[in-house]
Design a protein around this ligand. Structure first.
Ligand SMILES: [Mn+2]
Length: 345
């Protein structure tokens, strides 16, 4: 039985666009799905064109994504509008020309994407290969179908990259993705390197973050005296990624039900809330605690608040202030929680 649908006709069209003297540029907005899809397209072009370069105007910064680039030996160039003069043909994957103003002036011969098209966009399909499939969870799934149909040998590195693309975009099939994405993932498992994959997925932290972890642990405070509700504060931190990493880490500690990790970033305080399976709505808690003096919101188990330092009363200890706001909000949500529980009975 065939794994995927037959794409003979569209792929014949795709291959007809290539010739030996062309220098191709594939532009992406770098994320695991885009990177893997670009690799797959470059593999299809291999030996059919003169050269293929992959470029992105943005860089990936998450440690696991950096680990993907390093371990799978992927190099992505920095996209600049000036570089376009060095290429004859252009392709865009996992994105569309109107997704970035830098891409708008480029005359693309190939557009392969799974994001929905904007209603007012009409592509000039004349001779071009335009393949947009919003019902696919990842462009990596589309590319897996292409490789399968073209009978191209999938290397362990390519398979691992495509699996990471599908995982990221579908949230491991929990957030989105359909049967075809699962089938592609399963098919790729035959070729992927599970050790590489798990090494990349485990690369969650950077060495430079570790001192912040020790500081965060040393500053643990039980909110309203309860050990299952932890608050911690970092007096100076470079970016919010570190706070998120610490908060996510705390949720792996059995005794912790939810956590609020606060840190001073430039001229504001960021508070990251994380919870698990419990009755406390952290989005509501963050909103009640901080929306009046900053911006706050989120979902039941994931929330965030940003408070300009200027809005925090002077001569007050920041830790005490944040703790009091959270504890007060907690009392308020408890009242509504109890009311609704009474109502349930
Ligand atoms: Mn994607």
């Amino acid at each position: 039985m065939a794994y995927f649908k037959n794409l003979e006709k569209p792929l014949a069209h795709l291959l007809s666009l290539f010739s030996k003297e062309q220098r191709w540029l594939i532009t992406i907005i770098a994320d695991p799905d885009a990177v893997a899809s670009a690799l797959a397209l470059r593999r299809i072009m291999q030996n059919r064109v003169k050269s293929v370069t992959i470029a992105s105007p943005t860089e990936m910064t998450r440690p696991d994504n950096l680990s993907m680039l390093k371990l799978l030996r992927i190099s992505i160039e920095k996209f600049t509008p000036e570089m376009c003069s060095e290429y004859d043909r252009f392709a865009i994957v996992d994105s569309q020309p109107d997704h970035n103003p830098l891409f708008l002036p480029i005359d693309y011969s190939i557009v392969i994407d799974h994001h929905p098209e904007k209603e007012d966009v009409q592509y000039d399909t004349d001779g071009r290969f335009i393949n947009v499939r919003p019902n696919y969870g990842a462009t990596s799934t589309m590319m897996t179908e292409f490789l399968y149909n073209l009978d191209i040998n999938i290397t362990p590195r390519m398979a691992t990259a495509l699996q990471l693309g599908i995982r990221t975009d579908t949230g491991i099939f929990e957030r989105s993705g359909s049967e075809v994405d699962m089938r592609a993932y399963q098919y790729l498992s035959k070729f992927a390197n599970p050790d590489l994959r798990s090494h990349i997925l485990k690369s969650e932290y950077k060495m430079s973050w570790l001192p912040y972890f020790s500081m965060a642990f040393a500053n643990f405070i039980a909110i309203s005296g309860k050990e299952s509700q932890i608050f911690t504060y970092l007096p100076e931190v470079d970016n919010g990624d570190i706070l998120v990493a610490i908060a996510d880490f705390c949720m792996r500690v059995q005794e912790i039900a939810w956590v609020a990790v606060a840190g001073k970033i430039d001229d504001h305080i960021t508070v990251i809330f994380r919870g698990g399976a419990l009755n406390q709505d952290l989005g509501e808690l963050a909103t009640i605690a901080f929306n009046e003096i900053g911006s706050a919101g989120g979902h039941r188990n994931i929330a965030r608040a940003e408070i300009p330092i200027a809005n925090i009363p002077q001569k007050i200890n920041i830790v005490e202030f944040l703790l009091r706001e959270i504890a007060d909000a907690l009392d308020e949500t408890k009242d509504t929680l109890e009311e609704s529980e009474e109502h349930d009975e």
